[in-house]
Design a protein around this ligand. Structure first.
Ligand code: MRU
Length: 344
């Protein structure tokens, strides 16, 4: 299994697989400065909420080491850490990862690194646990021996520290012989579905097809899938969930078709401090990403773009939110206090 993020003790660097180059090239980036780490986050060389949590924590280690090398003041260090924390706004995990380790800075770099490594181990354990819980729930709810799944974006090992979230459930279903086919949305504009999810599904020998994002709602309404499973970047206290733009179209179609819509995430993605989806900042990315395709201009010169990277699915459209601590069913029981049960 590929590791999206690791700490290399011997070199004192964060090693990232450069996801902008997949699937054509497997290139690794060794990162030892805050600028390089922030550039990797912004360019989506490293991406996916749980992976960003690990990067946030390791970013503090990187900043502390750079601070020693370059004789930073305490203020300079705090500012550098904040730049990492704010590199992308929507996935709560990035700030969460920083906040988990920054209070330990007074105890030294070893204490910070130890907690960062623990976060990485805990994320894998959470993903494996939620995958079992999610697969159980899906088979019980659909009453099927084998399911056909639609998913959006990339939620596999590449998006996490290992194994994956929504992807982890798909993998678990496959390992149980309970998976017929995955429809992987290509995920415009940066193609996390066709470039990354399909790459992982191919490596794991999981049967799948890649479809255009615009096909997904029709795939659902035509009865070609039994369940939609997606990840999350931030789950608000009332259950509203932010994920890659295009996710809410699946939720609307799933509600109309009467199939379950499942959101899977480690508890680190649940943000009880954010009341509802209205309070989630949606990252607006460079217009060029939608005005071009693979660097070639597709829209006429002078056309303006609109490029929100995420959307919010309202909780009443969500059949299940699954974390390593269990499942809540917001469409059946919208009591917001329930979410606290599966939060960290
Ligand atoms: O812009 P990205 O590629 O970071 O967006 C990622 C997603 O939307 C994922 O679905 C989400 O982070 C969950 S990853 C387990």
């Amino acid at each position: 299994m590929v590791r999206a993020v690791e700490w290399v003790d011997e070199a004192g660097v964060v090693r990232l697989i450069d996801q902008t180059q997949l699937p054509s090239s497997e290139v690794y980036l060794d990162v030892s400065t805050v600028d390089a780490l922030v550039a990797a986050i912004k360019s989506l060389a490293v991406r996916g909420a749980p992976a960003l949590g690990a990067v946030g924590a390791l970013g503090v280690v990187v900043a502390m080491a750079q601070g020693v090398r370059e004789n930073w003041t305490a203020d300079q260090l705090a500012k550098a850490v904040d730049v990492v924390r704010q590199a992308r706004p929507t996935a709560v995990n990035l700030a969460w990862g920083v906040d988990q380790v920054w209070p330990l800075a007074a105890d030294g770099a070893d204490a910070v690194l130890a907690r960062a490594k623990q976060i990485i181990a805990e994320d894998e354990a959470a993903n494996r646990a939620l995958s079992v819980i999610g697969a159980d729930w899906i088979l019980a709810r659909t009453g099927k021996q084998k399911v056909r799944v639609v998913t959006h974006c990339n939620t596999g090992a590449l998006a996490t520290t290992a194994w994956g979230t929504a992807y982890g459930i798909i993998h678990e279903l496959h390992d149980r012989g309970a998976l017929e086919l995955v429809y992987a949305d290509e995920t415009r504009p940066l193609l996390q579905g066709s470039r990354l999810t399909s790459w992982e599904l191919t490596q794991d020998r999981i049967p799948h097809v890649v479809e255009a994002d615009g096909a997904a709602s029709s795939t659902i309404l035509r009865g070609l899938v039994d369940v939609a499973i997606i990840g999350a970047d931030r789950i608000a206290a009332n259950g509203d969930s932010a994920n890659k733009v295009g996710s809410v179209a699946l939720a609307l179609a799933a509600a109309r078709a009467g199939i379950p819509f499942v959101v899977a995430a480690p508890s680190s993605t649940v943000d009880l401090a954010t009341a509802s989806g209205d309070d989630i900042e949606i990252e607006l990315r460079d217009d060029e990403e939608v005005l071009t395709f693979h660097g070639v201009r597709t829209a006429p010169l002078g056309a303006a773009g609109f490029n929100p990277a995420f959307d919010v699915t309202p909780q009443d459209l969500i059949s299940a939110i699954v974390t390593e601590h269990g499942v809540v069913e917001p469409d059946r029981d919208p009591d917001p206090r329930l979410l606290a049960r599966i939060a960290g």
